[in-house]
Design a protein around this ligand. Structure first.
Ligand code: HEM
Length: 404
């Protein structure tokens, strides 16, 4: 693994370590004596049509943090906060120090693909007198029968997703943004996640989750003709004018999904594959082929039963089973230690992106909630829905079109 990482550094090649290939990340000079490897020097643009951290390849470390505006803080404080946060994000993503009193945690490292992504929750709009400009897409998600949600770890006025390929760079950003909040906002909840490190596999591969499954195969690809339409809010269209500030933005559904790994690990490999409908070794459908072969949902086995079971997760969640509902899943795994009974508090910080949650997460989760074979091995413990505005232009701060 180390050799693969060094080889990338020596050639200065751009990293493509995920099935997600979206915006271009720039790599600084690598290969000369003493230069950063391409992993450290890889920089993701802060400015642009979209915020970073949506189509950016998944990073190996992630922090999610939600804030509530402090009592008495309103729109003016929110504007000042978004200005401070945007400036900090811009600088840190460029590999610079924080604007004020940098902690030094990330000194010596490059930006390491750092992304900072900002979103607004339902409650933000009432707090800032902007209720009329709250999109209906932010209406609270319906309750699902399997939900075991902790309200203290759900929702929030403001949400930040931080991703980086270095743990110190990621924590540095989290700490700087928390300090920026000052008197204006308080942390409501915070979660930490991880993914495979770039270079850990001999070639770029789809990541695995903590159940050991190849996870992310069915994701829409930025090269799909309808990708933008499904993932990002259209620039113009029939929507009310007061929601135009979201054009080019996206909605993030965040679910902390605990995996009941002790139960899962007791299942035979065959049973585990039936639950998903795909092979564990390589992610290929149970109806054959390779990871990228389409599922043959109609195929019957010699016993006359469907090869991909009726309740298989990949069958129920497939877009063709949901009127085309699609989302971009870009999760982090998490592990928060072991309980007194020895069971791991681990699972998926499930994050999915879509132009409209009612044509993405909601219909799919409704169906999964009713009959997904995976349900008995997972538990949804926290939930959030955030409006993630478009990327800022140079000189702008994130959310300016809403707040100005
Ligand atoms: C597919 C795992 C929760 C939506 C898959 C696949 C796996 C998987 C292994 C097959 C490979 C792939 O296409 O990525 C999990 C696990 C979950 C979870 C372990 C919880 C811990 C969810 C939730 C949703 C969802 C909550 C949405 C409501 C999808 C979709 C696909 C998928 C849309 C792709 C289907 C396709 O395009 O054919 N999931 N999943 N998953 N999952 Fe999940």
């Amino acid at each position: 693994a180390g050799a693969a990482g060094l080889a990338l550094g020596a050639t200065g090649g751009a990293l493509a370590h995920s099935a997600l290939t979206g915006e271009t990340a720039t790599t600084g000079a690598a290969g000369s004596a003493g230069a950063l490897s391409s992993l450290g020097s890889t920089q993701v643009a802060f400015h642009g049509d979209r915020q970073a951290g949506i189509t950016t390849p998944m990073q190996s470390k992630g922090h999610l943090v939600a804030f509530d505006l402090a009592p008495g803080a309103g729109r003016a404080e929110a504007v000042a906060l978004m200005r401070r946060w945007s400036e900090t994000a811009r600088r840190l993503m460029a590999g610079e120090t924080a604007p004020t009193a940098d902690t030094g945690i990330a000194l010596d490292a490059g930006p390491s693909s750092l992304t900072v992504t900002f979103g607004f929750g339902h409650s933000f709009f009432d707090r800032t007198g902007l209720t009329a400009r709250r999109p209906v897409a932010l209406d609270p998600l319906p309750e699902f029968s399997g939900d075991r949600l902790d309200p203290r770890r759900s929702n929030g006025d403001l949400w930040i997703q931080i991703g980086a390929d270095d743990a110190l760079v990621a924590f540095h950003a989290l700490r700087a943004l928390q300090k920026d909040a000052g008197e204006a906002a308080r942390v409501r909840w915070q979660m930490n996640g991880f993914n495979r490190s770039p270079g850990a596999t001999a070639e770029p591969m789809t990541a695995r989750n903590l159940m050991g499954q190849v996870d992310g195969t069915g994701n829409p690809k930025p090269s799909d003709p309808d990708f933008d339409k499904r993932i990002f809010v259209p620039g113009s269209g029939p929507g009310p004018a007061e929601h135009a500030w979201m054009a080019g933005g996206s909605y993030a559904v965040v679910r902390r999904i605990r995996m009941l790994l002790d139960d899962w690990d007791k299942q035979s490999p065959q049973k585990q594959e039936q639950v998903i409908g795909r092979r564990k070794a390589d992610g290929a459908p149970l109806t054959g082929g390779t990871e990228t072969t389409k599922l043959d949902l109609d195929r019957l086995g010699p016993d006359g039963r469907q090869v991909i079971p009726a309740n298989a997760h990949a069958r129920i969640s497939a877009p063709e089973q949901n009127g085309g509902a699609a989302m971009l899943r870009r999760p982090f795994s998490y592990h928060d230690g072991f309980g007194e009974d020895g069971s791991p508090d681990a699972g998926l910080l499930f994050i999915c992106w879509q132009a409209d949650p009612l044509r993405g997460f909601v219909p799919v989760q409704r169906k999964l909630d009713r009959g997904d074979a995976l349900s008995e091995f997972i538990r949804h413990e926290a939930s959030g829905l955030y409006a993630v505005p478009p990327g800022p232009r140079p000189g702008e701060y994130v959310g300016a079109h809403l707040l100005e």
